[in-house]
Write a protein that binds this ligand. Sequence first.
Ligand SMILES: [Zn+2]
Length: 114
Amino acid sequence: MARRKPCAVCGKWFRPDPRVGERQRTCGRPECRRAWHLRSCRKWHQANPDYDRHTRLQRRLVKEEPAGPRGRPPDPFASIDWDFARKRMGLETSVLVEETGKVLFRAARDAIPA
Ligand SMILES: [Zn+2]
């Protein structure tokens, strides 16, 4: 049986759940678990500051994939908001990324036998 330890939030002594053991940090009361979770999330976001920025940027940049004309696959480049990309990364970088994508797309398409 795991030995008693103080809750990392309220400081009250508790005996950890045997299934969790030494990893359990709080006494298990909902308010302590919530506080510990918030603290852990805050730490994680401090250690990974670009994560939210990356996700927001990605969501803003990639649009719903539009349907292609009848019988043809959708244009993969139409799912990127290129106006937004140009505003965020500048014209030269945006054009470089777009054209590199097109070259890679054509190479991949041509590599597949008809
Ligand atoms: Zn507690």
